[in-house]
Design a protein around this ligand. Structure first.
Ligand code: SAM
Length: 220
């Protein structure tokens, strides 16, 4: 498939997400059109990148389905200049979308070295390597050097809300995280840190993510 065909299929996917009333935010739509998912998968999966399902990436991980990425980005209500930490870089697609929305530096952590390299290459090809900083490590501990954050977006499923992530949010900041079972089912939580440092949690329903593995996540 050539680039024009891939672009055409991707535009149709974005239109369909809009018709299904999943995609509602004009800024998120603009970012999706600018940064198609086919730039973030291996050559052999490019022809499937428009399909609204997760796709395999190296090391047995996945790049999330477009509708899931839209739901999480819209929940995060990203605005220019916000300081954002993403946990679970994977392909780097979501991190590039975040960078397009906040128009400033984004920090993203990935535990698997092979994926750090994969994501860096993809991000560079998409033209976002100046703004997206891919860090190798255990994201359940957050990334203290750049804390506090306006938003922390976790794209893997945790057994619980990791304490360090709440600590590294600004008052009024938000953590978006799937919390629940290992592999099968989680609830997508929006955790808002209130000015008195307590949290309010809103549940946005069932999702399915690969596990968040680390000190404050699943063990092994
Ligand atoms: N956001 C990604 C994208 O745009 O392609 C998709 C993420 S994939 C569903 C989840 C990722 O989280 C995997 O790459 C996995 O290796 C990573 N992960 C799991 N536990 C982690 C941890 N403790 N710290 C950082 N990354 C982790």
């Amino acid at each position: 498939m050539d680039e024009d065909e891939l672009k055409g299929l991707w535009k149709k996917t974005v239109k369909r997400l809009e018709l299904e009333e999943i995609l509602k935010d004009g800024e998120v739509k603009g970012a999706l059109l600018k940064i198609p998912r086919y730039l973030f998968v291996e050559e052999r999966y490019r022809g499937y990148a428009h399909v609204d399902e997760p796709l395999p990436i190296p090391a047995g991980q996945t790049v999330s389905a477009p509708h899931m990425v839209v739901i999480m980005l819209q929940l995060a209500k990203l605005r220019p200049k916000m300081k954002v930490l993403e946990i679970g870089t994977g392909s780097g697609w979501n991190a590039a979308l975040i960078a397009e929305l906040v128009k400033t530096d984004v920090y993203t952590i990935e535990r698997i070295p092979e994926l750090v390299e994969f994501a860096r290459k993809n991000i560079e090809r998409a033209g976002y390597s100046h703004r997206v900083h891919v860090i190798q490590g255990d994201g359940t501990k957050g990334f203290p050097p750049k804390a506090p954050y306006d938003r922390i977006i976790v794209t893997a499923g945790a057994p619980d809300i990791p304490k360090p992530l709440v600590e590294q949010l600004k008052p009024g900041g938000k953590l978006i995280i799937p919390v629940g079972n290992y592999h099968l089912w989680q609830d997508l939580l929006e955790v808002i840190k209130l000015p008195d440092e307590s949290v309010r949690v809103k549940n946005h329903g069932g999702v399915a993510f690969v596990p968040l593995i680390g000190e404050y996540g699943w063990h092994g």
